[in-house]
Every structure is written in structure tokens, then in C-alpha cells.
Design a binder for this molecule. Structure first.
Ligand code: XMP
Length: 310
């Protein structure tokens, strides 16, 4: 099936499935949820409600930027500030799966559940792609966004039916469809960013202070590596410390890992051999973040590593 047929089919399917009902979707700013939003907006118009949940785990300026991008496309997006709820749910948690679960629960049972009720929506649109399904079925990762595949009946558990229009596509297909739908390059060429956001890049407890560090490091990595054209680049805050020396004094500081990978669909990835001057600049800028005194470059392909750290 070509991409135009895919778009036409999905619009027709959404119209048929939703009928006179109301659908809701959450925009994350990533290309998957962006494509779902545009497809659903074309299919359903005012029967669609799109929200953006600020979960406190987003990158610098991201919530405002995402809302504005879609407003410019004529698609209204409601910004829901749920920062306190997510931070409260994550407090004290260090286990990766417990953290993911806390985010899932806060999102579905708390914030999104309420938004669904408020909108009286009976359909939830989700940007699940084929790779998400395969990796979840294979037990490689517990993706938070594929309830049905995990044996959770959303209608019973949460009172809505989940529709996944992108479930047959991989990332490269989603990007092609995004471009055809007229989404701006800032969205179509945007690097993948996981649903649980910066929480997947903080080993150990997620606190406002630790988020602040990884957010600053992320901004630096993205600014420095954007022009490499690599598939994905990111910063991770480790749950360990290292001794360093700053202004003649010893300090026990934070460690940031930089990762830059090439891939076509994130199922496998190789590490980009970055030029030494780029690495040196990254290290210099990242260790200028207060409290960070070490920057390391991750040399591990996928497999055996995953892209994210949780
Ligand atoms: P991993 O870490 O499993 O990541 O090698 C593969 C790709 O998926 C992204 N990723 C996620 N995306 N929800 C998402 O929407 C998630 O929970 C999630 N975990 C990882 C990751 O950024 C990479 O592109």
C-alpha cells in the first residue's frame, strides 16, 4: 500500500469507527502522535480533542513549542499542567519498571482518565507503531502505550476504546506519512523521543533537581549534534558520582552519558563515530552544568544495549 492510500484508508477507518462519538488523543510532540493528530483532525474535525500533558519530564520549552506548532496548523491543543502529579508519583522510585508503571498509571488513571471523562470521549487514539508492538510482544520492553497487547482491556479498565492508526508502520513510514500530511520539518525530522520522556534518561530517582540537570544536558546534546543527522542523540544522568576538581576544590559530582546512534527503525543501532572536536566541545559544555563534572560517550550498539537507559 502506498502512503497516500494509507492516509485515505486511515481517515476512512477513523470516521467509521468513531461515528458520531468523540475521540481524544494526547500529543507528545513526537512524529507518531503528531501524525495521529493530523489524521484524526482531518477525519473527525471537532469530534477530536487533542491534549498535551506537561508531565514535568519534557525537554526545555517543549510543551509551549508543541502547542504553538499545532495551533499554527489550525489544530487546537489543550495544554494540561500535570507536573506535580507526575513528580509526586515518581518520588522515591528507583526501579526502572516501577518508574515506567508510575508514569503509565499517572497518565492513564489520573490525568488522561480525567480528560477523557471531561471530554466525554469514548475513543482514545494512540500513536503506537509496529516496532512498539513487536518489542512489547517479544518482552524486550514494556511500552506504556499498548494496553491491548499487554492483555489490558481499556474499555473495562478505563472506559474507552483504543484506536492505533499507525500500528502497521515503522518509524521511516511514519515520517513519510508525516511529510505527506504537510507537517513541518521540525516535526517530521524530529528525532525520536520516548513517551516517558526524560525519565528514561535518569537512572535512579526522578527529582526536579535531577530533571533540571538532564534537561540542560539534553539541550546541549541536541544543539551540538543536530547537524550530524544521526537517528537519535541524547543525554543520560547516571545514578552514580565521581570525584572531580573545580576551582581547585574536590567535588563529588554527577556523571552525564552522551549517546548518538544511527538506525533506521530503532530495532538495531550502531554508534556514530563522532569527530573528536565535537566530543571535546560536548564534554566542555556539559561539565559546565553546575554539579556535573564528568561526561562520557556511550560506545555500545543495540543490541546488546537499548537506546534509552530504562
Ligand atoms: P530502546 O530504548 O527500547 O528504544 O532501544 C527504542 C526506541 O524507542 C524509543 N522508546 C520509547 N518510545 N515510549 C516511546 O514512545 C517508550 O516507553 C519508549 N522507550 C524507548 C527510544 O527513544 C528509541 O527511539
Amino acid at each position: 500500500m502506498n502512503d497516500r492510500t494509507f492516509i485515505a484508508n486511515q481517515i476512512a477507518t477513523l470516521r467509521r469507527e468513531v461515528g458520531r462519538g468523540t475521540a481524544i488523543n494526547a500529543l507528545s510532540g513526537g512524529v507518531d502522535s503528531a501524525v495521529v493528530t493530523v489524521l484524526a483532525h482531518r477525519a473527525l474535525g471537532r469530534q477530536l480533542k487533542t491534549i498535551f500533558v506537561d508531565n514535568a519530564l519534557m525537554r526545555e520549552g517543549e510543551p509551549q513549542l508543541v502547542v504553538k506548532t499545532f495551533q499554527d496548523l489550525g489544530i487546537p491543543v489543550e495544554l494540561v499542567d500535570a507536573r506535580r502529579q507526575f513528580l509526586r508519583a515518581l518520588k522515591g522510585l528507583t526501579d526502572p519498571e516501577e518508574k515506567r508503571q508510575a508514569i503509565t498509571d499517572t497518565f492513564y488513571r489520573g490525568v488522561f482518565g480525567k480528560a477523557v471523562k471531561r471530554a466525554r470521549a469514548t475513543f482514545l487514539l494512540h500513536g503506537t507503531i509496529l516496532t512498539d508492538i513487536e518489542e512489547t510482544v517479544a518482552g524486550i520492553k514494556r511500552q506504556h502505550n499498548i494496553l491491548a497487547q499487554l492483555g489490558i482491556n481499556p474499555q473495562q479498565a478505563y472506559g474507552y476504546k483504543v484506536l492505533e492508526p499507525l500500528a502497521t508502520l515503522r518509524k521511516d513510514g511514519v515520517r513519510r506519512v508525516a511529510a505527506l500530511l504537510g507537517l513541518p520539518a521540525s516535526v517530521t525530522r524530529r528525532i525520536p523521543f520516548p513517551g516517558p520522556a526524560l525519565a528514561t534518561r535518569i537512572v535512579g530517582e526522578v527529582t526536579p533537581a535531577r530533571l533540571d540537570i538532564v534537561r540542560q544536558a539534553t539541550a546541549i546534546v541536541e544543539a551540538e549534534l543536530r547537524r550530524t543527522g544521526a537517528f537519535q542523540y541524547l543525554a543520560v544522568l547516571l545514578n552514580d558520582r565521581a570525584t572531580g576538581i573545580r576551582h581547585g576544590r574536590r567535588e563529588f559530582g554527577q556523571i552525564i552519558v552522551v549517546r548518538c546512534i544511527d538506525s533506521t527503525d530503532a530495532r538495531q543501532a550502531t554508534v556514530r563515530e563522532l569527530p573528536w572536536p565535537t566530543l571535546r566541545r560536548l564534554s566542555r559544555r556539559i561539565t559546565a552544568i553546575p554539579g556535573v563534572n564528568r561526561c562520557v560517550y556511550d560506545l555500545t550498539p543495540k543490541p546488546p544495549a537499548t537506546v534509552e537507559y530504562l
